[in-house]
Design a protein around this ligand. Structure first.
Ligand SMILES: Cc1ncc(COP(=O)(O)O)c(C=O)c1O
Length: 460
C-alpha cells in the first residue's frame, strides 16, 4: 500500500470515509487524495508544503484567490451580528436587500428581482421552475421542455444534470430525464464545415435549433439555456452573431432565454457578465462561483420584470411562491458576496481582466507558434483554452487511449501548476487577482509542461 495511505493518516482516513466528486473510486483508493493545507493569493500549498499556482481558481470560482482577508473579515463581522436567518415568510435582513439591489443594477435587470439559492445547480433549476410559471400564467402550460446544448455543463442536481450535454454527467444515472433536449454546440473549431463562413455556421446552428423546436413541438418548449462561453465543455466561444440568430428563433416560438453566468459572471470574460462579451439578451441569469469568490455557497437568479410579474399573478389569490432553500439569502453569504463585489469594483476587475487576459493570451499565442501540437488557442478575458491535437493541419485529435489532456494535467501538476483539461482542451481560469508576473509564470509553466507532454507522447 502507498505509504501515505496508512489508516491513521489524513489520506488513509479520507480514502476510508470520503466519496469524492468526479473522481474514479478505484484509482483514488490506490493514489489517495491531494491534501490542500493552505492558500496564499493565487497559490495553494499541499500538506508537504509544495506550492501550486491554481490556474483554475479551484473550480473557476475563487476569483479573489485563496485567503482574501477582506472576505474573511466580512464573514466574521456578519457571523457576529446575525449568523443565520432565513428569507422565507417575508423575513429579510439589510445585506440581502443590498445584494439584491446591487445584482439588479450590475446585470441591467432594472425593475426585476433577485432570488437567492446556495449552488449553481439550484439557481439553474430555479430558472426552469420560473420559466414554467411564466408560461402557465400566460395560458401556455404545455410549454415545459428545456433546450440545452451538447457539451454544456449546468450542474449536478437532476434537472441541472439533465441540461448538461456531457455523457459523463448522464451515464450512471439514466439521465437526461424526459423534457430536456439538446442542440448543437457552437464550436467553430470542431463543428464549422470547411466551406462555411462564421455567419453561415451561426445560421446553420439557428436552423438546427428551429428544426429541433418544430420536431419537439413549439408548444412544448419553455426555455433555452446557455452559458455565454461554454466553460466545462472546453471553453467554447460562439461565433460573433450566434446569440442574435439563436434569439431570433427563440422569440419566434415564445421561448425564454436563460443565461448561465455561473462561470462567466463577475468579470471572468473581461466584462461584468459574459452576456456582454457575446451579445446575449437573456430573460433570466444564474450567478454563483465568482459571486462570493466561492468563499460561501451562495447563488442567485436575476430575472426580468416580466418573469416576476407572472409569479405574482400566479399567486394573486393568496398562494405563496412555493420554492426556497433553508440557506437562500444566508446573511453571511450575502455579506461575503457584497464584499467580493466591492473588491471587484475597487480593483477595477473588468479592466484588470482585459489587460491580464490579453497578456496571457499573447503568451499562449506565442507558445502555439512553438508547439505543433497546439491546434487552437481560444477564450476571452481570463478564461482561456488551448486545444491540443495530433495534427494541426487536419485538426485530427490524439487517439483517446493516449489520454493527452489528462497527461498534461499530471505533468503540469508535477511542475506546480494546476489547470484542467476538458478532453484535449487545456483550461486556464486563474484567480482574477493575478499580476503580470503571475501570468508570465503560468505561461512559463504551461510551456514547460507542454515540453514534458511532447516527450511523454512522442518519446523518440
Ligand atoms: C456553467 C456552470 N453552471 C452550473 C454549475 C453548477 O454549479 P454548482 O456546482 O454550484 O451547483 C457549474 C459548476 O461548475 C458551472 O460551471
Amino acid at each position: 500500500m502507498n505509504q501515505h495511505l496508512k489508516s491513521n493518516s489524513i489520506a488513509g482516513r479520507d480514502v476510508a470515509a470520503h466519496l469524492h466528486s468526479q473522481t474514479n473510486p478505484t484509482r483514488f483508493e490506490e493514489t489517495g487524495p491531494l491534501i490542500i493545507a493552505r492558500g496564499e493569493g493565487i497559490r495553494i500549498f499541499d500538506d508537504a508544503g509544495k506550492p501550486y499556482i491554481d490556474a483554475m481558481a479551484g473550480l473557476w470560482c475563487a476569483s479573489l484567490g485563496f485567503n482574501n482577508e477582506r472576505l474573511a473579515a466580512a464573514a466574521t463581522k456578519q457571523y457576529a451580528e446575525l449568523g443565520f436567518y432565513h428569507t422565507f415568510f417575508n423575513r429579510t435582513h439589510a445585506p440581502a436587500v443590498d445584494l439584491a439591489e446591487k445584482l439588479l443594477e450590475l446585470t441591467g435587470m432594472a425593475g426585476g428581482k433577485a432570488y437567492f439559492a446556495t449552488s449553481g445547480s439550484e439557481a439553474n433549476e430555479t430558472m426552469v421552475k420560473l420559466a414554467w410559471i411564466y408560461h402557465t400564467v400566460r395560458g401556455k402550460p404545455t410549454k415545459r421542455k428545456v433546450i440545452a446544448r451538447d457539451r454544456a455543463f449546468h450542474g449536478s442536481t437532476i434537472a441541472a444534470a439533465s441540461m448538461c450535454g456531457l455523457t459523463f454527467m448522464h451515464r450512471e444515472f439514466g439521465l437526461p430525464i424526459a423534457g430536456f433536449v439538446h442542440t448543437l454546440c457552437p464550436d467553430p473549431y470542431r463543428n464549422m464545415l470547411p466551406d462555411e463562413s462564421e455567419e453561415q455556421f451561426s445560421q446553420r446552428l439557428a436552423d438546427e435549433l428551429e428544426k429541433l423546436i418544430l420536431r419537439e413541438g413549439p408548444d412544448t418548449i419553455a426555455a433555452f439555456i446557455a452559458e455565454p462561453i461554454n466553460a466545462g465543455g472546453g471553453i467554447v466561444v460562439p461565433p460573433k452573431d450566434y446569440f442574435a440568430r439563436i434569439q431570433a428563433v427563440l422569440e419566434k416560438y415564445d421561448i425564454l432565454c436563460l443565461d448561465d453566468e455561473i462561470v462567466c459572471g463577475f468579470a471572468r470574460t473581461g466584462n461584468w457578465f459574459g452576456k456582454e462579451t457575446v451579445g446575449m439578451q437573456p430573460d433570466m441569469m444564474s450567478l454563483a462561483k465568482g459571486l462570493s469568490s466561492a468563499y460561501f455557497p451562495i447563488s442567485a437568479v436575476v430575472m426580468a420584470p416580466k418573469i416576476y410579474e407572472t409569479v405574482k399573478q400566479f399567486n394573486e389569490r393568496g398562494g405563496s411562491f412555493g420554492h426556497g432553500f433553508t440557506n437562500s439569502g444566508h446573511p453571511v453569504g450575502v455579506a461575503v458576496a457584497l464584499e467580493a463585489i466591492k473588491i471587484y469594483e475597487d480593483m477595477d476587475a473588468v479592466e484588470h481582466v482585459r489587460k491580464l487576459g490579453a497578456r496571457l493570451r499573447g503568451h499562449f499565442d506565442d507558445i502555439s507558434g512553438r508547439f505543433p501540437i497546439v491546434g487552437q488557442v481560444r477564450g476571452a478575458g481570463l478564461m482561456l483554452g488551448i486545444e491540443i491535437v495530433a495534427d494541426r493541419e487536419t485538426r485530427a485529435p490524439f487517439a483517446p487511449a493516449l489520454q493527452a489532456g489528462p497527461a498534461f494535467d499530471q505533468i503540469a501538476y508535477e511542475n506546480g501548476l494546476i489547470c484542467r483539461c476538458m478532453g484535449d482542451t487545456l483550461g486556464f481560469s486563474p484567480p482574477l487577482i493575478v499580476t503580470e508576473s503571475d501570468v508570465d509564470e503560468i505561461a512559463g509553466l504551461c510551456e514547460k509542461s507542454l515540453r514534458g507532454l511532447m516527450i511523454h507522447l512522442l518519446p523518440n
